[in-house]
Design a protein around this ligand. Structure first.
Ligand SMILES: [Zn+2]
Length: 164
């Protein structure tokens, strides 16, 4: 991959961060992860991807932290956003490795902050669904671990909305 920093016609300043995400946010293993490469400098295997846009450039770029800092002129928030994502990964790992109890019907559950999280196995398909309090998730997962990751994301979503 080339180095866009040396290429004409690409603004070097004035970019805005659209999003920052973790390519392993669904708990992917190392093997099943498709890492990104920084579209500006070509640095490979970016896990925390910064999506930036510019009013004079037609497309969004996926870049690493250092290029995001240079492009946005912001030397605080890109690192802060990455740290938040790393903290979330730690929280997710802790959540999954908690001791889950087994209900009378044989399903795994835990109680968190006065909320009940249940992972139910469908007796026919042997797929797993998530129930948080009285709300059933719509997705079906092949393993309890994937279902627990989805439960974690659900909890984080409720917390962000202030509904937890
Ligand atoms: Zn870069």
């Amino acid at each position: 991959m080339g180095n866009l920093w040396k290429q004409q016609g690409i603004p070097h300043k004035g970019w805005t961060t659209v999003n920052v995400y973790d390519v392993r946010e669904d708990g992917q293993s190392e093997d099943e992860t498709s890492y990104e490469s920084c579209m500006m400098c070509g640095h490979e295997k970016i896990r925390y991807v910064h999506v930036v846009s510019h009013p004079d450039y037609g497309e969004e770029l996926l870049v690493g932290c250092q290029c995001a800092e240079k492009l946005t002129g912001d030397y605080e928030n890109p690192q802060r956003r990455e740290k938040e994502l790393k903290n979330r990964t730690t929280r997710r790992t802790n959540f999954i490795s908690r001791t889950w109890k087994i209900s009378a019907k044989g399903n795994e559950y835990i109680n968190v902050d006065n909320h009940n999280i249940l992972i139910k196995e469908d007796s026919t398909t042997h797929k797993f669904t998530v129930k948080i309090d009285d709300t059933w998730g719509k997705k079906h997962f092949d393993t309890t671990e994937l279902a627990k990751i989805a439960a974690f994301k659900g909890i984080e979503y409720f917390k962000e909305k202030g509904e937890w």
